[in-house]
Write a protein that binds this ligand. Sequence first.
Ligand code: DX5
Ligand code: ZN
Length: 224
Amino acid sequence: MAELKKQISPSLMCADFLNLGDELKALEKHGIEYLHIDIMDGVFVQNFTLGTDFVKKLHSATTIPLDIHLMIKDPELKLDWFDIREGDYVSVHYESCTHIQALLQNIKKKGAKTMLALNPGTPLCVLEDLLPDLDAVLIMTVNPGFAGQKLVPQTLDKITRLRKMLDESGYSHVEIECDGNVSFENAKKMNDAGANIFVAGTSSIYSKDGSFEENIAKLRDAIK
Ligand code: DX5
Ligand code: ZN
């Protein structure tokens, strides 16, 4: 079984917006694979964050593909609002839409890759009939809405069970992203459990304990 590439997806809601141009250059220089964009609507989660204009501007400012995490109600009605490009990932939450399979198909039609997001309380069994439509599964390792939360510990075992389920059912190409409290220490555990895309927020590359560049190097080392 070919090992999936280990990838880092910095959570731009944690970025220094007054210094974003320089931070983007540093991320490009370090070969960062994706930019994680949290879209929150104050309804599906209790927070507002980034939006449609930011997505468009980022696409014109960098060649790094986007990893657009939609934490919004009725995403099927809003997909066309976003500048989604080939090579981007778009993740949608299982609970956010009634006709989730149709929504995944629409994401594919836009040339993007599909990712289904599961909250800590959402069981893996909901994936069973969606596997043919998925390029990745996003395991939320905190409840979505805010940066700076603590890991929900049972999500580590959930990653292990998901990797096993995917590998044993002919879906070993499906990637696993983890999002929430991906600290250097937790990233190692998530990596051992079988995740291969790591959302990097205040717990790692935006941590004040090290420089931006030191933190990127430290996270790469943790997921080797
Ligand atoms: C949620 C966001 C944040 C992000 C922040 O969807 O993507 O939770 O992970 O990182 P931490 O948890 O390290 O502050
Ligand atoms: Zn996210």
